[in-house]
Design a protein around this ligand. Sequence first.
Ligand code: SAM
Length: 442
Amino acid sequence: MKLPERFEQRMRERLQGEYPAFLASYQGAPYRGLRVNSLKISSAEFAARAPFPLKERVAWEPNAFYIEAEKPGADPYHFAGLYYLQEPSAMCAAPLLEVKKGERVLDLCAAPGGKATQLAADMGGTGVLVANEIDYDRMRILEENLVRMGVRNAIVTWRPPEKLAEVFPAYFDKILVDAPCSGEGMFKKEENALSEWSEENVRRCAVRQKGILDAAAGMLAGGGTLVYSTCTFAEEEDEWQVEAFLARHPEFTLRTMKKLYPHTAKGEGHFAAVLQKEDGPRSARPVLRKFTPGGGKGGYHVDSPGAGKAWKAFSEDFFARPLEGTLRNEGTRLSLAGEDLPLADFRNAVGFRVGLEVGEWDRKLFRPAHALAMAVKREDVRRFVSLSREESDRYLRGETVESDLPDGWCVVGVEEFPLGLGKIVGGVVKNHLPKHLRKFGP
Ligand code: SAM
């Protein structure tokens, strides 16, 4: 691999005697990792039935392993959200936040969702996770990953950080800023990171990061914790960025800083700093725009009676034990959220998705959502069509499968893990896996 000359020079100056070891690390294949989704399965259980060899555990994330498998993303367990494929050193930042059950957590730069799904697993379905991404297409991928991993307590937003800061002053207990960066730790994995590298770009990134960090500072409640991370080695974006932040924000202190280099840790490289905010106010609720309820396409109806009835009728037939939460509908989309989610008006004010999307109701017909299937357990539903790993490929390709269960909506799964929805009619399970999620190729 040909590294940019100026990059090499900068790294040589920084690492001095360690530089040859750093350079040699570019010879090997990139480290690859798999993080087990504890919302669906424990890491011990997964290890016992893993479809490909797992190597040693990742030292800084108790649910993760190194892997060398071919196409681990094509396995039915991956479609079922049992694991997330993530570069090992990138797993070091989220645990530093030490999220506790019931907290309000913000992941400000969240797509595609590696760290957001890691935080969601640590939160164990309690509290509120706001996962924000500025880029629309990337936000949709983030949403898909949260759905696949069965996350119910997330609000997905799509806002520039300074706009989000108007809604959430002093609101969050924990914030992760996994900033867009020059990606020096991504050279082996992403060609773009290598071809787009320049000292000028390092400086541009540093300016952008400064704005993002300042917005994050205002959203953190008194006594809260902010973790700032990048996948680059440049001081302008790492240590110096943190130093300048502390000078601008005397209400913060630095608890710890961590820098993983590919020659000192088993990963491609990451930087993380833990910043503590002094005690101060914690907002009771976000500042939401006034919204005129009622009527029309895109209108917002809180607990509209028709939607409520449709959901109840569906639930009675579908669930063996009812799903808890408050139902909201916005336009035709219905969502369910626990009491922890400050739901009212949220979607219109900031959110793209709030809580668990359960279905669509067009005033005549209720259609359950894929997200609903991904967030339940086998024992939650009356009709669960369990397929072997081999059979599940047929479902994932969009084909029908067979079942002798009674007619009606069902969850189709690989073994006991949901893959999506189906509708049983006379022994045939019609495939309702969204087309864009179907499996193509081997
Ligand atoms: N945390 C993610 C994960 O673990 O999967 C990776 C985040 S990536 C390093 C940085 C993200 O920040 C990108 O998705 C990028 O689109 C987004 N971003 C770019 N400019 C931004 C800005 N000005 N404010 C907030 N996010 C931004």
